[in-house]
Design a protein around this ligand. Structure first.
Ligand SMILES: [Zn+2]
Length: 352
């Protein structure tokens, strides 16, 4: 029988649940990733260090590498250490920044990477993209997708509520990104990958209408699965397109103009709400707004400490952050005054 299907690169293992970390050493051995445990373990500050200490008796041949910050320099430093020895794999333990550093370094030296996530702040836990800072600017770098993803709810539950909540914004922003992809299909004949759309939309809708929250295991499992699905959507598309449209251009512009404003996921949710409003999609705007409000996520620029004018300026500059990505922002091609008008209309319409 002919195999008229395609292969999609995906992690060998995904383990989400309480105590997932205890399965790391057996996972490395069972999947023949590293039966001798010769791995480099990149750990972030805080919980990452705690997990590394708990793992040490099971991974006696591991080299523990503390990682500070989410920069290209940190990734290069880690890659340098990896080149000094011989390892079967890199294990990244920590939040999104640590995982992004570990992913980038592992790709640079051609080693497989296992992601152990301690927070659910954005969709980088299983994606083929690293978001890193270089000379004060954030950039997205294509990397190998993790070969295994573990999310230990015992640690996730202890992460800052803000870092659990933020992932909700990133996941539901897929709906804005998908609308932009369809717009680019209509306006520019851009190819849309239906399988990537399926993964990205399923991720967003699995979280959008839930009425439980970040203190419930069932919700955290759904959110972690949604973040993994978003990563699969990007791997399937071969780009961040299914999870990154005009709303992410706005996030990049805010990161550039006002560094440190808020977490990636919080900004993605807020910007996704705004771009849905810009598209005139009342139903989606209402659904995203209700979801953000339910989880106490930012809905207005003031919620992240920006004035309406600062936010409008970021929206105006957003298209320049990704020159070839066609979204509602490029479609409307608003001048600065036009943007300010839409931002005020948005604030009035949402009553925020
Ligand atoms: Zn994102």
């Amino acid at each position: 029988m002919p195999l008229l299907t395609r292969m999609v690169g995906a992690p060998l293992a995904v383990d989400i649940g309480r105590g997932a970390v205890t399965g790391l050493a057996p996972l490395l051995a069972d999947n023949r990733i590293s039966s001798g445990g010769h791995v480099a373990v990149a750990v972030g500050p805080g919980q990452g260090e705690e997990i590394a200490a708990a793992l040490q008796p099971h991974l006696t041949n591991a080299l523990i590498c503390p990682v500070q910050g989410g920069t290209v320099e940190a990734a290069s430093g880690l890659a340098g250490r990896l080149r000094e020895g011989f390892y079967d794999a890199v294990v990244g333990i920590g939040g999104g920044r640590t995982l992004d550093v570990a992913k980038h370094a592992a790709s640079a030296v051609g080693l497989p990477m296992v992601a152990v996530a301690t927070s659910l702040a954005h969709d980088g836990i299983a994606s083929p993209v690293s978001s890193l800072e270089h000379d004060g600017r954030k950039g997205s770098y294509g990397v190998q997708m993790p070969i295994a993803v573990m999310v230990d709810l015992d640690y996730v539950r202890r992460s800052e509520p803000r870092m659990r909540r933020a992932g909700i914004g990133d996941v539901i922003s897929n709906l804005s990104a998908l609308a932009d992809w369809r717009l680019a299909e209509r306006e520019r004949g851009e190819g849309v990958d239906g399988l990537a759309v399926t993964f990205a939309r399923a991720a967003a809708t699995s979280v959008l209408h839930r009425d439980d929250g970040i203190d419930d295991d069932a919700f955290l499992i759904a959110l972690a699965e949604a973040l993994v699905l978003s990563g699969l959507a990007m791997a399937t598309a071969g780009s961040s397109r299914p999870c990154s449209g005009g709303e992410h251009e706005i996030v990049h512009a805010i990161d550039h103009l006002h560094p440190g404003t808020s977490t990636h996921g919080e900004l993605a949710g807020l910007a996704g709400l705004f771009t849905s409003f810009l598209r005139g999609d009342r139903q989606l705007t209402g659904e995203i707004d209700a979801c953000l409000a339910r989880h106490g996520l930012p809905r207005a620029p003031a919620d992240v400490g920006l004035t309406a004018e600062q936010f409008a300026r970021a929206v105006f500059h957003a298209p320049a952050t990704r020159p070839d990505r066609y979204t509602v922002l490029e479609h409307l091609a608003l001048d600065e005054e036009g943007v300010i008008g839409h931002v005020h209309a948005y604030l009035d319409a949402l009553g925020v």
